[in-house]
Design a protein. Structure first.
Length: 248
């Protein structure tokens, strides 16, 4: 294996980041929101550790990974100031290793998973910070709590001492017409409002993680506090790894 460093277009990365930030500001201003109330989570699943480190240098400190194994790997290679977000499905057998790394788990999609997180968080002596993933689009291929049974799930999870729920997460159906995503995001915000009086007082419950590269502006208009962006940040960036393999 060659020891040559990974190379990529840092200028293009800066341009993409600037463009995304400008879009965040415009979307927030359209509905009278403070752009600083929205956290950009850069989803680094398609790029290597050097690009992730560059994002940190450019001022992005919230990085997200879909697969726990990639979260573990990149956490060892990237600046320790990163707030890592586990945004993809988390299997119960990967909770123990993920908890010490993840600043926030977006994808608690069942009471069983919440109980497993509680068990390992209790062993660590520190509550785990999570979001409840809700399948608002009701797509069978997606993970998430059923919107009709979220209240029952919340009641069960509220009994766990070491799970601290910060809010809700969802994904809209993939579509070329971003306006079709609006009802999904609006419904999640409405659900959060209904739940706010039902959740324990020690839960912050003030976050809505919704919106990706294709629909994040609509999500912001409907109340997103966290957006998960990958493609829009890495468009036009070709990353070649140490082994000569094209990573993106």
């Amino acid at each position: 294996m060659s020891s040559a460093p990974t190379t990529f277009d840092l200028k293009r990365l800066q341009q993409n980041l600037d463009a995304v930030r400008a879009r965040i500001i415009r979307a927030a201003e359209r509905v009278g929101r403070d752009p600083n109330s929205i956290t950009l989570v850069a989803v680094t699943k398609t790029v290597g550790a050097e690009v992730a480190r560059a994002l940190v240098q450019l001022g992005v400190h919230d990085l997200g990974e879909n697969r726990p194994q990639e979260l573990w790997r990149k956490a060892e290679l990237v600046n320790s100031s990163v707030r890592w977000h586990q945004i993809g499905h988390l299997q119960r057998n990967k909770v123990k290793r993920t908890l010490p790394i993840a600043w926030l788990i977006h994808s608690v999609d069942s009471v069983r998973l919440a109980r497993e997180i509680d068990k390992h968080a209790r062993a660590r002596g520190r509550p785990a910070d999570v979001l409840l993933q809700v399948n608002m689009s009701r797509e069978p291929q997606k993970h998430g709590l059923d919107p009709d049974t979220v209240l029952d799930a919340v009641a069960e999870i509220a009994e766990l001492d070491y799970v601290r729920v910060h809010g809700l997460m969802t994904m809209a159906a993939l579509t070329e017409d971003v306006e079709q995503a609006r009802p999904t995001f609006r419904a999640l915000a409405a659900l959060a409002d209904r739940l706010r009086d039902q959740v324990p007082s020690h839960w912050p419950f003030d976050q809505l993680s919704m919106g990706m590269s294709n629909d994040f502006e609509v999500a912001i208009e409907e109340g997103a506090t966290m957006i998960r962006i990958g493609t829009a940040l890495f468009e036009g960036i070709q990353v070649v790894g140490n082994d000569g393999r094209q990573e993106r």
